[in-house]
Design a protein around this ligand. Structure first.
Ligand SMILES: Cc1cc2nc3c(=O)[nH]c(=O)nc-3n(C[C@H](O)[C@H](O)[C@H](O)COP(=O)(O)O)c2cc1C
Length: 258
């Protein structure tokens, strides 16, 4: 296995950080790598906000589902799907009035444009993760950044055609990796040949084996679930954070579309 593949295989999310700040050279390397990521039409439909202000980090702990480790990460990057910069450029260049003269219907960014910008932002984010890892700097995504849209919009002065794609915490690991890496489902449940195939109940049960036993075995979990899958449903799918996440994203989309 070459060193790049080894790095990818050995990566794990880091949530306990050495407080030493990242050096300017390390930040520069991470940002340069992110900006070399593939980008749709070479448009770079994303922006990156560096977050080092402790007050902002502390606030993110609360707005991102109360995760205290966020405040301890020396360096945070907020990746935004960003069509605002291009719309400002289009407006500055008089694109809409020229389109009208040419008989072309002018338009604002739609849902497809938004998803394309989201792809761009996430590809840049993951490139930053790998670059950091190569420098011995760990990272952790914070998906909860898509909750509390209105608060995040205000905290980071986000204009209309920008939306959070990912928040990343970076820092040198405070300790060597503990325990085993988090398991993945077997490849046969993830990689399909030519067409998608849905799985039988038996197969789904087998898929869950690496995660601690048969999924449908009856067991009383503290959150009320009667098997491990019910426990996951209650903990993840119907939890307060997930209700808020869906509310927040509806509000985000409305803001973009109106
Ligand atoms: C989109 C996304 C959102 C995530 N959000 C969080 C989060 O809010 N808090 C957290 O501690 N980890 C978060 N993670 C990290 C995952 O929990 C982690 O990647 C997963 O458990 C697998 O572990 P590994 O990265 O060590 O392999 C997120 C990861 C992704 C890709």
């Amino acid at each position: 296995m070459n060193s790049t593949l080894q790095l990818i295989q050995e990566r794990r999310s880091t949530r306990r950080y050495d407080p030493t700040p990242l050096t300017p050279a390390e930040k520069d390397a991470i940002l340069c790598a992110a900006m070399r990521a593939p980008t749709a039409g070479a448009q770079m439909l994303y922006s990156i906000i560096e977050i080092e202000d402790q007050k902002l980090k502390d606030k993110l702990v609360d707005t991102c589902d109360h995760q205290p480790f966020i405040a301890t990460a020396p360096y945070l990057l907020l990746f935004l799907a960003d069509y605002q910069r291009w719309m400002d450029l289009f407006d500055a260049a008089g694109c809409e009035s020229r389109a009208v003269e040419l008989g072309i219907q002018p338009r604002r960014p739609g849902e497809g444009d938004m998803l394309l910008a989201m792809m761009d932002a996430l590809i840049a984010a993951q490139t930053a993760v790998i670059a950091a890892e190569s420098l011995g700097i760990g990272s952790c995504y914070i998906g909860d950044i898509i909750e509390n849209w209105e608060l995040h919009q205000e905290m980071f002065a986000l204009p209309r055609y920008t939306i959070p794609a990912a928040l990343l915490c970076f820092g040198r690991p405070a300790e060597p990796p503990q325990g085993k890496q988090v398991s993945r489902f077997d490849r046969k449940f993830i990689v399909h040949q030519d067409t998608y195939r849905r799985f039988t109940t038996e197969e789904l049960n087998e898929m869950f084996l690496p995660f601690g036993g048969y999924s449908f075995d009856v067991h009383d979990f503290a959150n009320g679930g009667k098997n491990v899958i019910q426990r996951t449903y209650i903990r993840k799918f119907s939890a307060e954070f997930s209700v808020e996440m869906n509310r927040s994203v509806r509000s985000m989309l409305k803001n973009w579309q109106e």
